[in-house]
Structures are given as C-alpha cells and as structure tokens.
Design a protein around this ligand. Structure first.
Ligand SMILES: Cc1cc2nc3c(=O)[nH]c(=O)nc-3n(C[C@H](O)[C@H](O)[C@H](O)COP(=O)(O)O)c2cc1C
Length: 237
C-alpha cells in the first residue's frame, strides 16, 4: 500500500469512469512537461457598496494568493455591487420587463476551466450573508444543474462585520455550505490562524486595516487557496 493515495489515484484504482470524475484532468495533461497553464483565482464581493470593506478584504486575500506563485497565478476581483443579479430567476421565473440580469457574464468567468479557486466575500447583515450574496449563491444553481461546472474548484469564504463577533462565523458557514452543494473543495484560512476562513472586523470608518487578526486570516486564506489551487489541473468539467 502506498503511503499517500491521491484522489486521482484512488479514482483510478476504483475504476470510476470519466463521468463520475468529471472535475479531474486527464492523466496525460498531468504528465505533460510543457509550460504549465495559468491558475486563475477569482474573488466575488457581495456587498451592495462598491469598493468598500468586503472588496478591500478580498483584495488583501488575492494579493496573498498571487504571492504564492506570481508567475502562474492570475487573480480577478468581481464586485457585484453595481450589477443586477435577480434572485427570482433561480426559481425559473422569467426576467421581468425592465429588469436587467448581469449574472451570465459572472457565470461565464467562474466556469472558465482555468479558474481553479473562487473566494466569496460578504458583509455580515444580521449575522448572515447579504441578500446580494444569497442571490448570487442561488443563481449559481444554474452552474450546478446537470453539469456541476464548479466541481473540484477550491472554495474560500470571507466575512466582514461591523462588530468583532457580529456573525462572521455563521456568514462563512452559509457560503461554505453552498460551496459544498457545488462539489467545491472548501479550504479555511491556513496556518497559523487555521480556522474557518477570513473573519474580518470593520473597526469603523470602513477601515479594516487595523484589524490585525482579521487581516492575518485574509492573508492565510489567500495563501491556502492558492496552495491547493496549484495542486489542481485545469479541466473541462
Ligand atoms: C443592514 C445591515 C445589517 C448589518 N448587520 C450586521 C451584523 O449583524 N453584524 C455585524 O457585525 N455587522 C453588521 N453590519 C455591518 C456591516 O457588516 C459592516 O459595516 C461591513 O463592513 C459592511 O461591508 P461593506 O463595507 O463591504 O459594505 C450590518 C450592516 C447593515 C447595513
């Protein structure tokens, strides 16, 4: 028995076909000695306020992710604040006259084969993610249905609250639970903080820089997301 059995080897050993292991790249791709493909890490900011503390927090997280391998890692921040993401479309209700839907562009970016990791950040609203975050999560149902387009992508979560213990942990859990429904690979903030993700405090005046512990969780999450993303190979799931 080999001391370490990777998921890929396990799937092979079990004789499971490509259909069940849709998120895994062909072995030939892994064995290739050619130049390695870019690893994209996308963060989605779910505050209704553009560029505020949630977007800032995700910026810190992405910077730490990029630092893991600046040559190979590409990052992008998608700020949902100025987009229209109607939640009712997830339930099959047609777009109402006069409404706009910006979700398809976001969905296309997230399902790109080179996107290996997605970090979702939300402000804490009444100890939960924002309505915008929930609308985004619900709309991602379309990526799950039939094809599990986010399967095996690495998932991280960020929560920013106006209080130190204002409901960040519950907010992180809601985001991560949705990621599990997408067959994503959830990671928390890496060591030494090593807990459930980035838990950040907007100390006042929309400033998170003074929250040293929160900033540490952001950096450790970014690093951890990148480390695990780099272990993945692009796939056309
Ligand atoms: C409607 C509403 C509800 C909020 N509820 C909470 C809460 O339950 N706990 C908390 O810590 N902060 C709460 N806050 C504060 C926000 O989470 C905090 O200001 C956050 O930094 C906002 O993120 P943004 O700067 O990205 O918009 C609430 C803010 C609003 C507007």
């Amino acid at each position: 028995m080999e001391p370490s059995v990777t998921r890929r080897k396990f799937v092979q050993a079990m004789g499971v076909g490509a259909g069940s292991a849709a998120g895994l790249a062909p072995l030939a791709a892994q064995a290739s000695d050619g130049p390695k493909e870019a690893v994209k890490i996308v963060a989605v900011a779910c505050s209704p306020r553009p560029g505020k503390t949630t977007a800032q927090a995700l910026g810190i997280c992405l910077e730490a992710a990029k630092a893991v391998d600046p040559q190979r890692i590409e990052t992008e921040l998608i700020d949902l604040a100025e987009m229209e993401i109607p939640a009712y479309l997830a339930a099959g209700i047609p777009l109402k006259p006069g409404d706009q839907d910006d979700f398809p562009d976001v969905a296309e970016k997230l399902s790109d084969r080179n996107v290996m990791a997605i970090v979702v950040g939300s402000p804490v609203y009444f100890r939960s993610p924002t309505a915008l975050c929930k609308a985004f999560i619900d709309r991602c149902f379309a990526l799950r249905r039939g094809r599990f387009a986010l399967s095996d992508k690495v998932g991280g979560a960020v929560a920013v609250g106006g209080a130190r213990n204002g409901g960040q942990e519950l907010t992180l859990q809601v985001i991560q639970s949705a990621m599990m429904c997408q067959e994503m690979i959830i990671v928390g903030d890496g060591r030494p903080t090593a807990h459930a993700g980035a838990s950040v405090w907007n100390i006042g005046n929309d400033d998170i820089s003074g929250d040293e512990i929160g900033v540490a969780t952001l950096k450790n999450l970014g690093r951890r997301v990148a480390e695990v993303a780099l272990k993945r190979e692009p796939s056309d799931a």
